[in-house]
Design a protein around this ligand. Structure first.
Ligand SMILES: *[C@@H]1O[C@H](CO)[C@@H](O)[C@H](O)[C@H]1NC(C)=O
Ligand SMILES: *[C@@H]1O[C@H](CO)[C@@H](O)[C@H](O)[C@H]1NC(C)=O
Ligand SMILES: *[C@@H]1O[C@H](CO)[C@@H](O)[C@H](O)[C@H]1NC(C)=O
Ligand SMILES: *[C@@H]1O[C@H](CO)[C@@H](O)[C@H](O)[C@H]1NC(C)=O
Ligand SMILES: *[C@@H]1O[C@H](CO)[C@@H](O)[C@H](O)[C@H]1NC(C)=O
Length: 507
């Protein structure tokens, strides 16, 4: 009898083990498939770029000819694979499939890194817009489920949950540190978005912590400042970034401040953060943009095609980039393009034509339209002055300034900053884009120290393109040029006092 029960138990254990092992096996298989799949997409893009001899490790988009960016001639891929192989779509989605690379911190060791400011756009999110008749995809927003196939997210989840940290000092003390619902709601950061910023943080952490030792491992909470706009997607992007950035993530060591405006103007700077003259310029720029799209037959044709597919009136179609915003969730998450009730779907050509028109109009309206340029200079002025002020504090040996500042914002923050600095390529900033401003010193003689800046966008060194850096030495721009730029960039608009100008009569 006893003997018999032992047998049953052994058989039972054996069966459980086999079930468990096959489960693990299938899990791994799925994980590997997913990995292979994203690697194969990436390889295809690289192969395709190699084929045209345009590839380098930063995926230099600006080197591609105007039509190559939208080209899709990879034959052996199925429809969804093909979509992410289109360089323009790949660039916008910015899939987190490999470590981030870039030239941040690539400066010769006789210099000393003193301070870094980083502006990020939040990571991948669900669409902000909706359109009647155009279905939106359901995207998984449960970190535990997402962790099953992604070890980065798994480690992130366990670290964040494990400590259940939520510090009392923070402006965001009751905010969720990561999205945690079965499906994402609108405008919500996704697992992909978290992953993108973990990778950004790891890359910059390697450059600034490991390579430059900007901060010692026992840095104090005053050494780092994090600012975020008041949206869950920007706050959670900042958390993911700092998790990747810090050698040991600890929320209690972070000061996280809320920015009540999209442009990181802080009232303590003495500037007015609401500027009616800037708003006026923005309105004029928006009017110009809507005229531009009304005048364009290509634009209007696309609106008609979309209205036909999704059984609605052209007047019910939101602006084109809002439609792209909805459809790109399908592309970035590798779903098929959205279909109408009758099963008729948007096709690849339509999507590519939408992007051609968006890029074309964006180039004109962001880099050639003087009212948008004026808006950019005005709205980013307080931010630029603050950065320069903190750098000046380093020069004056004032220790009470942070060495690393992260600003977690939006495309509408990134674009005017790039435009004001004179380095915008006119393209809609990709998810998880980053702008890095590095501040260096160099000891010349015992009494003389020189200061320099360097500016990089998505890992590309833009310093030589800065219109205000008349001379670039060893890849660095003299700090005085930067100061001079900030002191004078509003002169063309006859601004003598920013605050007074903002409230001056509009005619
Ligand atoms: C960090 O540690 C070093 C020595 O390991 C010490 O000299 C320094 O003062 C410490 N800094 C802080 C902020 O505690
Ligand atoms: C739109 O077309 C009208 C008439 O051809 C032209 O006067 C106007 O400048 C155009 N506007 C833009 C923004 O292209
Ligand atoms: C780009 O814009 C210019 C000027 O508005 C226009 O002539 C051209 O047809 C546009 N191209 C596309 C692809 O929309
Ligand atoms: C140092 O910087 C802090 C913060 O910006 C400021 O309050 C203080 O007045 C500065 N001290 C000097 C001596 O400049
Ligand atoms: C700035 O002022 C000068 C002289 O008063 C004037 O000629 C010029 O048109 C003004 N510029 C702007 C952009 O208002």
């Amino acid at each position: 009898m006893r003997f018999h029960i032992k047998h049953v138990i052994v058989v039972f254990i054996l069966i459980s083990f086999i079930l468990w092992a096959s489960h693990v096996y299938i899990d791994n298989l799925q994980r590997n498939r997913q990995l292979e799949r994203s690697q194969s997409i990436e390889n295809k893009v690289n192969e395709w770029l190699d084929h045209r001899e345009h590839k380098d490790h930063h995926f230099r988009f600006d080197k591609l000819g105007p039509d190559l960016k939208y080209k899709t001639d990879i034959n052996d891929a199925d429809n969804t694979d093909k979509l992410l192989s289109v360089p323009r779509l790949w660039q916008y989605c910015n899939p987190p499939v490999k470590a981030v690379t870039g030239d941040e911190g690539e400066v010769s060791p006789e210099y000393r890194l003193e301070m870094v400011h980083v502006l990020i756009r939040h990571g991948d999110r669900t669409p902000m817009h909706t359109m009647k008749g155009l279905p939106t995809v359901k995207i998984n927003c449960n970190l535990d489920k997402l962790s099953l196939t992604n070890s980065k997210l798994q480690n992130f989840a366990s670290k964040i949950k494990d400590s259940l940290q939520r510090h009392k000092e923070s402006d965001f003390k009751n905010w969720d540190l990561y999205p945690d619902e079965e499906y994402c709601t609108g405008s919500q950061l996704t697992g992909t978005g978290i992953h993108q910023h973990i990778l950004n943080g790891e890359h910059l952490g390697f450059k600034f912590f490991r390579k430059w030792e900007l901060l010692s491992s026992n840095f104090s909470s005053d050494d780092i400042l994090v600012k975020s706009t008041e949206y869950s997607r920007t706050f959670q992007s900042a958390i993911a970034f700092m998790y990747g950035f810090l050698p040991q993530f600890s929320l209690n060591k972070l000061i996280i401040k809320k920015s009540s405006n999209l442009y990181f103007c802080s009232k303590s700077s003495g500037f007015v953060c609401f500027c009616p003259q800037a708003n006026l310029a923005k309105q004029m720029a928006d009017n110009f943009n809507s005229k531009l799209s009304h005048n364009s037959s290509k634009h209007q044709n696309l609106i008609k095609q979309l209205a036909d597919i999704y059984n609605t009136k052209p007047s019910h179609i939101p602006w084109l980039s809002a439609v792209a915003d909805i459809i790109m969730a399908n592309v970035c998450h590798e779903f098929k393009l959205p279909c109408n009730d009758a099963g008729q779907c948007a096709d690849q050509n339509l999507l590519i034509n939408i992007w051609k028109v968006i890029d074309n109009e964006s180039l004109i309206s962001k880099t050639k339209n003087h009212v948008f340029i004026k808006f950019s200079h005005l709205i980013m002025h307080p931010f630029l002055v603050q950065i320069a002020h903190q750098m000046k504090s380093v020069v004056l040996a004032n220790k009470s300034v942070p060495k690393f500042v992260l600003y977690s914002g939006h495309d509408v923050t990134m674009t005017p900053l790039l435009v004001a600095l004179g380095i915008s390529d006119g393209l809609w900033p990709s998810y998880a884009s980053r702008l890095v401003i590095e501040f260096y010193s160099r000891v010349v003689t015992q009494k003389k120290i020189h200061y320099f800046i360097r500016i990089l966008y998505n890992g590309l060194d833009m310093t030589r393109q800065l219109p205000f850096c008349r001379t670039v030495i060893n890849g660095l721009c003299k700090f005085i040029h930067f100061i001079h730029f900030i002191d004078t960039h509003l002169k063309p608009y006859n601004v003598t006092s920013y605050n007074r100008y903002c409230y001056s009569e509009t005619n």
